[in-house]
Design a protein around this ligand. Sequence first.
Ligand code: N2P
Length: 356
Amino acid sequence: MRKSIKLFTTMLVLAVAIIVIQSLSDQKVEASSQELYVYNWGDYIEPELIDRFEQESGYKVIYETFDSNESMYVKVNSGSSPYDVIFPSEYMVDKMAEEHMLVELDKSLLPNLKNVDPYFLDQEFDEGNTYSVPYFWGTVGIAYNTEIYDQLELDYPTSYQDLWNPGLVDNVLLLDGAREIVGSSLNSLGYSLNSTNDNELNQAKQNLLNLAPNVKGVVGDEIKMLMANNEAAAAIVWAGDAQLIQEDNENIEFITPQAGSNIYLDNIAIPKTSSNIEGAHEFINFLMDNEVASINTDYVGYASPITSVMNEPEHIADETYYPSAKIRENLEYYANLDPDNLKRYNNIFLEFKISL
Ligand code: N2P
């Protein structure tokens, strides 16, 4: 009898323990499904939109930033953070999808996809938008300061080659991206920014090493502040950054070299690290809302792929930041290079940075 009481008590204790552990772990799942881990480029969203999304959805957004596709890839691939939403450029969507790192999108949760201009949908890097939807697009080009150019008595730049002008010693800033800078060097020599030809890549490397005396720095998001403060005559930047610099300094102009440059499309995707796939869809859908996209583009300065925003009068007339389809034809997207070739680009860029 006593034995059976003891057994009963032990079982009771065990059952209670199981219930407690169960409810604790339930709580954990519930807590994390209320959070949304977003990993975006620096300066790439109007912060108030995050607050608005939190209020509307009830999710708590945990927001982190990166400065290049390559660094984002390494972090997501390490699995160290449970990211729910990421913002890869086109070639990186291709690579991550190929490596099974992305979740297939559930279009029934993305009714605002209809707001995206068809020009940017169903692209080669992600046919049928299986894994990604467009976020912002733009070109790489040269922001230059007309006042400094006038003082130096130099003609305004029209091609990348103009940045090698000996009159620009210590007067050029470069954004910190291997594809962008090695790509611009290839473009300046008349080659494709996706070249994998040994001879062309060697020339591009030597060419970059020759640019070193003109280079004042290779910098991240602070490039905007430096250019706005007249710290350099010219900079290779993303178009949207140039637009923000212009708002702070009326002597800044921006050109996309017509002999060749990059057009990019940054996208939104859900990595397999996500434990809140529903929330991720909700956030993606929110960003494609017409009004939200308009507020966002006004703040970040980049071109929106949302039809109603592209059709706003000030954007239709804006050939600099919304280049026409005809101009876009001369520009190249970055191709998804195989790992060996990608490494060659990274090594050239590293060698160049060390030489500075
Ligand atoms: C914004 C970063 C833009 C990314 N600071 C261009 N691909």
